[in-house]
Design a protein around this ligand. Structure first.
Ligand code: LLP
Length: 422
């Protein structure tokens, strides 16, 4: 459920007409709903009751300061994957002891920054990373809290580019080697092992792969405890999928996911962390774009809009489906015709949808790309020298620009001309 609904024939973001925001900030832009973010965060938080738990928002899905602050005020922790994300989390006021640091390629500089600023735990993904972290911590005279990410070799049954839990993926330590790696970790004085971490992929639409992975985590917890390791924390990753279309079967609910966690791992008495990104921010955002032209091609028509692949790359990168709806609600019974919805970028890949059934639209009409709050703005670029588009946050009947659109001059002035060209 989200808070982008038609009311009196027009699309609203909570209590604000989307057309009013468009008139104020221009198109294209991203628009997020506080109520939706809040609702989704709370669903997870409640789903894990009564376990001792922390919901760490995977901020790679949306890292705007205002979004992070909104979630942090609800009690969210953050899952970060770079020095930049760590800095953003801290700037939004998230305390270090609520930040987990994931990712396969942490550098010594990133480790040092997190150890200085405070960190709940590093999710260590390889033996060389473990050795480096130990050395960095020792050089600073501190002990680094770590969970070791295991790769459970489970098929997440999702898009190949976002599956992470199979042995051929670059993530984690093969579960078969876990005991050896934990033994080594226990011998390193710069590390304090707190638990186990697992994340098998993103946009999972079934619970079964989670169940397989979590059962393996439960077995490993017991095996490691038998060997004298104090496993007190389990980080179960993110990945629960969202409905991208109104028509397809809905993925499991956070409450069902929470029940699965309690069923498979509850008996271990561990503190549980999860790292959801998409389910919190995905349907809390839309991208609003205006029709530039309706072009009649040979055998097919094109709706050319002012948003493009550089603004929302998911359709060209993953063949992802986003529902695209007119901001002015069509009259009931309006005939729909198939049309290709494309952006202005000079690539055929700049196609959002092929032969999508849409009501008649004309130049200047607004359309909203739904489910664009996760992996939308964060994956955008300035390709074709199109400045990054603004982001707007709605809260009830108020809205605020949370990232303005840069001017052409601002975009250009980031480049430097070397002396020999002056
Ligand atoms: N934790 C870790 C360690 C992750 O790698 C990810 C996502 C998450 C949590 C959050 O997963 P989520 O709950 O959002 O599914 N750009 C792609 C998605 C990439 C996901 C990468 N890792 C897309 O647009 O579909």
């Amino acid at each position: 459920m989200d808070h982008f609904l038609y009311r009196d024939g027009a699309l609203f973001a909570e209590d604000v007409p989307v057309s009013e925001i468009a008139a104020s900030v221009g198109t294209p832009f991203y628009c997020y709903s506080t109520a939706t973010l809040t609702r989704h965060f709370r669903l997870f938080d409640e789903a894990l009751e009564p376990l001792d738990h922390l919901v760490c928002f995977a901020m790679k899905s949306n890292s705007n300061q205002a979004i992070l602050k909104t979630l942090a005020e609800l009690g969210a922790g953050m899952d970060v994957v770079s020095g930049g994300e760590y800095a953003r989390a801290k700037a939004a006021g998230v305390p270090g002891d609520k930040i987990v640091f994931s990712g396969v390629g942490k550098t010594a500089t990133e480790m040092r920054a997190a150890l200085e600023g405070g960190i709940r735990q590093f999710n260590v993904e390889s033996e060389p990373e473990m050795e480096l972290l130990n050395a960095v911590a020792l050089s600073m005279g501190v002990v680094a809290p770590v969970a070791i990410r295991i790769n459970p070799d489970v098929d997440a049954r999702t898009h190949a580019k976002i599956a992470t839990g199979k042995s051929e993926n670059k993530f984690g330590i093969p579960i078969a080697r876990a005991r050896k790696v934990y033994a080594r970790a226990a011998s390193l004085p710069g590390l304090e092992v707190t638990g186990i971490d697992v994340h098998i992929g993103s946009q999972l639409t079934e619970l079964e792969p989670f169940e397989q992975a979590y059962k393996k985590v439960a077995e490993l917890t017991e095996a490691l405890r038998d060997e004298g390791h104090e496993i007190r924390r389990l980080d179960l990753g993110g990945g629960l999928g969202i409905p991208y279309t109104r028509s397809n079967e809905a993925p499991p609910l956070p409450s069902e996911y929470g029940d699965l966690i309690k069923r498979t791992l509850g008996h271990l008495g561990c503190e549980v962390e999860i790292e959801p990104g998409r389910l919190i921010s995905g349907n809390a955002g839309i991208m609003v774009s205006a029709v530039i032209y309706v072009k009649n091609g040979e055998g097919r028509d094109f709706l050319i809009v002012d948003g493009a692949m550089n603004d929302l790359v998911r359709p060209s990168m993953y063949d992802a489906h986003h529902d695209i709806i007119p901001v002015k609600e069509p009259e009931p019974g309006t005939a729909q015709a198939p049309i290709d919805i494309v952006g202005p970028v000079c690539e055929s890949g700049d196609t959002f949808a092929k032969q999508r059934h849409m009501p008649p639209l004309v130049s200047g009409d607004l359309v909203a790309f739904r489910s664009a709050g996760a992996y939308g703005a964060v994956m955008s670029s300035e390709y074709n020298s199109r400045p990054l588009i603004p982001e707007v946050l709605v809260n009830g009947d108020q809205f605020a620009v949370i990232r303005p659109r840069p001017t052409f001059d601002e975009m250009i002035s980031r480049d430097n001309i070397p002396e020999w060209l002056l």
